[in-house]
Write a protein that binds this ligand. Structure first.
Ligand code: SF4
Length: 337
């Protein structure tokens, strides 16, 4: 047997052991997850098949689709290296203040029309009140959505404290999104204006207020495999229910404009290892799907994802909603909650 043959069969054994653990909800270890990410490309189909089995066992055939509105755009004080909305970046991005409540409700109704089950209000800035009075207006929009639109209500408003989390919950918010962005050990390369501890405290505040948690990060920013799993360990510890997996689409004018995009196989491998490591969580493939995965984007579900975003992302465009719904149906999966 050749050297690579030995490596492939060793990899296959590791995949089988981790699949069995994930199926019975015994935790795959951090070290095992790192080793899975380092397997040669010859193991990718075994890895995908294992992740598919685990997704089917714990999440069934139902795929959840969500949609967002960029309700306050650009002019951001935070220096996130990947983001064109940072005011210090020289990127082409729309700049506007908070949308009116009626516009947000209209966008939520459009999301329903497109087939989304969840709708997120997203604002640029460190926190909801970066521009005085905006937090009250956001609460008003959530109350109006609760009264008028039958859709799961989510928001991503930057850093919030316990009091703000309670006010959001009381207004009718159901889920709060706040990304860790990356591993703690890599985070200083990505943002200097907001600490990792502030991100963790925001997630904890949302949880303490009774909000469902949505938090993940972006891959392909220069982090290594250990750091990819380091973030997964933190998400496991924080008991985050829904995990967005974004894959950097480098944007001109940002600090990461020259980053080398991940290959489709690297992306599928990350999704599959996250499924084995976090078998019961919702894994949502978000930014960078179309541009980085191209013709193999439908593989995200076989690789373990059970959710994706419909329509446009915050600062980049997605494809048509009906194409995504068709993709789910063509795979024999169902659009569900
Ligand atoms: S990711 Fe959010 S906080 Fe960071 S620069 Fe962009 S809009 Fe601002």
């Amino acid at each position: 047997m050749s050297g690579s043959g030995v490596a492939v069969s060793t990899g296959r054994r590791l995949i089988e052991e981790c699949r069995e653990k994930a199926l019975r909800l015994d935790p795959v270890s951090e070290q095992e997850a790192i080793e899975l990410l380092e397997l040669p490309p010859e193991n990718i189909m075994d890895l995908i098949a294992a992740a598919d089995a685990v997704r089917r066992k714990h999440k069934g055939a139902s795929i959840s689709l969500c949609s967002i509105v960029n309700a306050r755009s650009g002019l951001c004080s935070e220096d996130c290296a990947f983001c064109p909305q940072y005011s210090g970046h020289d990127a082409d991005v729309p700049e506007y203040g908070l949308m009116k409540s009626g516009e947000i409700v209209k966008a939520a109704n459009e999301a329903i029309g497109n087939g989304a089950m969840k709708f997120g209000i997203v604002t640029s800035g460190k926190g909801p009140n970066d521009r005085a009075g905006d937090f009250e207006l956001i609460l008003e929009s959530i109350r109006e959505m609760k009264g008028k639109v039958g859709i799961h209500r989510c928001a991503s408003l930057g850093v919030i404290n316990e009091e703000e989390a309670v006010a959001l919950k009381e207004a009718g918010l159901q889920e709060f999104h706040h990304n860790l962005e990356t591993a703690r050990s890599f985070y200083p390369n990505i943002c200097s204006t907001r600490s990792y501890d502030e991100n963790v405290a925001t997630i904890e505040a949302a949880r303490n207020a009774g909000l469902r948690l949505c938090s993940g990060g972006i891959f392909g920013m220069g982090e290594n495999n250990e750091q990819r799993i380091e973030m997964a360990v933190e998400l496991r510890r924080l008991e985050v229910g829904s995990i967005p997996l974004n894959f950097l689409n480098p944007i001109e004018g940002t600090k990461l404009e020259n980053a080398k995009p991940l290959t489709p196989l690297e992306i599928l491998s990350i999704i599959a290892v996250y499924r084995l490591f976090l078998p019961e969580r919702d894994l949502k493939v978000a930014g960078g799907r179309e541009v980085n995965l191209r013709d193999v984007q439908s593989f995200i579900f076989f690789a373990g994802a059970n959710s994706t975003m419909l329509g446009n992302y915050l600062t980049t465009r997605g494809r048509k909603a009906e194409d995504d719904i068709k993709m789910v149906e063509d795979l024999g999966l169902e659009v569900g909650s």
